[in-house]
Ligand binder design. Structure first.
Ligand SMILES: Cc1ncc(COP(=O)(O)O)c(C=O)c1O
Length: 410
């Protein structure tokens, strides 16, 4: 019997209840802009994180709105991880500020403290902490390095629901950004949020958001369609010969028809802001995100169980298994071969961050990345693979993945 493929990026958190909401959503377009969906999601986060919670179409837009509202001087600098995704850097550029990229360390892919110390300047106003893959950053140590006047923003893209010795991630700094993107901890297909404790700033950000046009209708439609299409694609992904499989052909067709949507638009690769950004979250997508949020504990418990299998099978003893890993990162030699042998078994591993800022080389200049300025990140980009931890991955499959990658681990 053909085994169900494991595709780390293909709507990995979606379960039958999410599909039902998306399907019902498509049939009831008159409910797409129901404001109660948005306010319910915001109220839940506000309560749980003891914070103002303001949704947008994405985390990049939430961060952009935050930076604009801080009203910083034009030469202000924002410190960001180089081992990350370009969309966060774009938000900085769109706000007319300067991104400064800091290298990562080899233990947890968070900031290399020496590089950080060198790159803090009198123009530093904001620093983003990524909690890479789920490894928590130490916020008080970062605070002691940057001082009291720098805004610390936690990025919960990899770590929503995680905790550290300091407390619940997302409650430990001045603000936090959360993405509800399809591959993240919980998925509303597209969406994001800013958590902020300064009520005056929160008020200004809400005012700004109130003037924005609503999330596009067509993009709402494609976002709702997305998990349904993956339900068609995934079971048939390996049905066929070589690269000519039904699932792959459907993927190509749906992409060509624009039905799978784009998480990053073409102009963003040139650091340009699509004209519909920022926009408020699409309320029906907030409904999807809330449904996932209600399952956060279950999704993360599963992730922890899967990671404990990886740790055991791979004989890794120096990584804490009680972190919530969105994906479990390992460095390997001969990544091409690892990718090939896993693909041959219908397993597509993750490739964050296979290039600096997960961007093509041609984008780096526009993103203001100076080649050679994050040497660890540049090195790890050639060696990293991410093992899946998502809810549909069964323990036996995790064991098999670990066995396949073990001979290659560095
Ligand atoms: C680490 C990280 N932070 C933030 C974001 C931004 O999320 P969004 O796609 O909602 O803008 C991403 C997106 O891919 C990401 O990888």
């Amino acid at each position: 019997m053909m085994k169900r493929p494991i595709l780390i990026a293909a709507s990995p958190n979606t379960q039958s209840d999410d599909i039902a909401i998306a399907f019902k959503g498509i049939l009831q377009p008159w409910k797409w802009y129901e404001p109660a969906y948005t306010s319910e999601l915001e109220a839940r986060f506000a309560l749980d994180f003891n914070s103002e919670a303001i949704t947008f179409d994405s985390a990049r837009s939430a961060f952009y709105a935050y930076l604009k509202t801080l009203d910083l001087e034009p030469d202000s600098e924002v410190i960001l991880p180089g081992f990350s995704c370009m969309v966060v850097a774009n938000a900085v550029l769109w706000a007319g500020l300067t991104p400064i990229f800091v290298d990562c360390n080899e233990v947890d892919y968070n900031y290399d403290r020496d590089d950080l110390k060198e790159k803090i300047s009198e123009r530093t106003r904001v620093i983003v902490l990524q909690h890479s893959f789920g490894f928590p950053e130490n916020i008080s140590k970062i605070r002691s390095l940057v001082g009291e006047n720098v805004q610390i923003v936690e990025d919960l893209a990899h770590s929503l629901g995680g905790t550290s010795q300091e407390g619940r991630l997302g409650t430990l700094a001045d603000a936090a950004i959360i993405t509800f993107g399809i591959e993240k901890v919980i998925s509303g297909v597209r969406g994001g949020m800013l958590l902020i404790r300064n009520e005056e700033l929160a008020g200004k950000i809400r005012e700004m958001r109130a003037k924005l046009p609503r999330f596009p209708f067509l993009k709402t439609f494609t976002a709702l369609l997305n998990p349904l299409l993956w339900e068609l694609i995934i079971p048939t992904y390996n049905l066929g010969v070589g690269k000519f499989t039904l699932g792959r052909m459907m993927t190509a067709l749906f992409h060509a028809l624009g039905l799978l949507g784009n998480m990053i638009e073409t102009c963003e690769y040139k650091a340009c802001k699509p004209n519909w950004l920022p926009s408020p979250i699409s309320p029906i997508l907030a409904r999807l995100a809330l449904n996932q949020y209600e399952k956060l504990e279950q999704l993360n418990k599963h992730r922890c169980e899967i990671v404990s299998i990886y740790l055991e099978e791979l004989g890794i003893i120096d990584k804490k298994e009680n972190n919530v890993f969105l994906r479990f990162p390992i460095l390997v030699h001969d990544r091409c071969e690892v990718t090939a042998i896993t693909k041959a078994q219908g397993i597509v591993l993750g490739d964050w961050y296979k290039s600096i800022l997960y961007a093509p080389k041609s984008s780096l200049d526009g993103l203001k990345y100076v080649p050679g300025s994050c040497p660890n990140a540049e090195d790890f980009a050639n060696k990293i693979v991410n093992l899946p931890t998502h809810i549909r991955l069964e323990p036996e499959q995790a064991r098999n993945i670990a066995k396949l990658v073990k001979p290659y681990i560095l």
